[in-house]
Ligand binder design. Sequence first.
Ligand code: 13P
Length: 262
Amino acid sequence: MNKKTKIPFVAGNWKMHMTIPEARELASKIVKSSVGLSEAEIVVAPPFTALSEVMKVLEDSSVQLSGQDLYWEEKGAFTGEISASMLKNAGCQYVIIGHSERRQYFGETDSGVNKKIKAALQHDLFPIVCIGESLEEREKGETMGKVARQIEKGLDGLGSNDFERVIIAYEPVWAIGTGKTATPAQAEEVQAFIREKLASRYGKDPASCAIIIYGGSVKPENSYDLLSEKNIDGFLVGGASLEAESFIRIIEQAIKAFKEKK
Ligand code: 13P
């Protein structure tokens, strides 16, 4: 993994929340409370409208900025879209790609995800690539098949150098915003499978260094147990990242669990 990126890796996806003043306030609280937590890579993903103002707040801190999505073209007549270079210019180091909400509500496909990953990498943005199964797929026993397909198609054409800068976020759709967290064992089972899958594509060593994070109803109360699992390197947090206190407690628990399992 790129030397700039640390583990545990904890990113807050603010989704469609936060006006500019609210975003500034939340970012300031996170910056203040994160002073002693520099062992973790802390990332916030505000909505596009707040990116540059949040960047001003993050400037002298170790907290990193992420976009929530991008479009793969460089520029042009694509109303409503944002390019990788625009995100980079706004101060982003990361970008979330292929979130299940984008796939579910906005028709995002694996081949679109693939183009977005390539566009991000071309502009030196590290993609946080989301994969995961629906409840129906889990109940039919199709979980591994689904994530395997998302990896194969999403990472198609990416060489080892590219792959080193990719973060995988396993987010079971049934656990997002529902309060139903995957148990540590359920998350570990899939994340271990994802690492194996990556090993078969890129080799054992690169796969063992890959950052694979979990998302779906992560809270301060469950973050320690989840991160204690071997293949869980961090979190993509939704609801609990909208308040500085709970987000910071998750980071503290992640650091504690990470130190203990090392
Ligand atoms: P929740 O933490 O609200 O379940 O959201 C998870 C998520 O989708 C993060 O990207």
